[in-house]
Design a protein around this ligand. Structure first.
Ligand code: ADP
Ligand code: ADP
Length: 225
């Protein structure tokens, strides 16, 4: 399966902040923890991988695909759950997924419905599929975010600080779901919570002040700190 290879990625904002400095990472299929304090450059890195913002230099390769030069190809294989994602509060989970599936070009109504119901089962929101998104709890919204991302059948799923504000039960539910996705997908989990990475991710990197401090296996890395 395809690896994600990030090479010498750099980004300096207009205000002079060096958010990324020669970041190089090798990320295989599975859960990959990106650990770092606030301001480390995690969101900048995630947004750059998702091609939502430009780097100054460097390259990102997903298998044979040069991401930064093929944004449209990337969009076909990317799932991205930003830190705060907007939902249309008046729509039900099912309606919004349906609209998104139409936009994706899945025109067969029966096919769409089956696909959406399967997704809602997977994220454990089937029972509340007709409820308005505005009434969802934080954890429900995050799981909905995963359903939305999975609509794309992604090879690469990026989740930015996904459990902020979730209670422990919702957090576990969310992480169980993410681990399932990680069985056959590259999942990059950005967080500042060490234990989350230790529990969930076979591979990780620590980033601080825009630089990769270390990358590898969490138990070795965290013991060596
Ligand atoms: P993290 O996600 O790890 O908290 P960010 O990538 O958001 O880190 O930010 C890295 C650094 O870049 C921080 O110092 C932040 O203030 C700065 N930064 C982030 N976005 C911008 C921006 N649009 N313009 C200027 N500076 C930014
Ligand atoms: P995070 O928790 O990911 O670090 P921030 O609170 O740093 O998020 O940033 C929130 C938003 O503000 C982001 O879109 C980021 O690009 C932007 N931002 C962050 N720092 C700056 C900055 N110093 N100047 C301009 N925009 C910034």
């Amino acid at each position: 399966m395809d690896n994600l290879i990030i090479t010498d990625l750099s980004k300096t904002y207009n205000n002079g902040v060096k958010a990324l400095q020669n970041v190089s990472l090798q990320i295989p299929v599975g859960m990959f923890g990106l650990l770092g304090p606030n301001g480390a450059g995690k969101s900048t890195l995630m947004r750059t991988i998702a091609t939502l913002q430009e780097a100054d230099s460097g390259s990102i390769q997903l298998g044979n695909l040069n991401i930064l030069e093929n944004k449209n190809e990337l969009k076909k294989v990317l799932g991205y759950l930003p830190q705060q994602f907007g939902v249309y509060p008046a729509l039900s989970a099912e309606m919004l997924l349906n609209h998104l599936a139409v936009l994706k070009g899945i025109i067969n109504r029966k096919e769409r419905k089956e696909m959406i119901h399967a997704l809602l089962y997977k994220v454990n929101l089937y029972e509340v599929r007709k409820q308005k998104l505005g009434e969802f709890s934080g954890g429900m919204k995050q799981r909905f975010g995963i359903a939305q991302a999975l609509l794309n059948n992604p090879k690469l799923l990026i989740v930015d600080e996904p459990t902020a504000g979730l209670d422990p039960v919702e957090r576990n539910r969310f992480y169980n779901l993410l681990s399932e996705v990680g069985e056959h997908t590259i999942v990059i989990l950005s967080t500042h919570i060490v234990d989350d990475v230790k529990e969930l991710c076979p591979r990780m990197a620590i980033i601080n002040k825009g630089k990769v401090i270390i990358q590898g296996n969490p138990s070795q890395i965290i013991e060596s700190l």
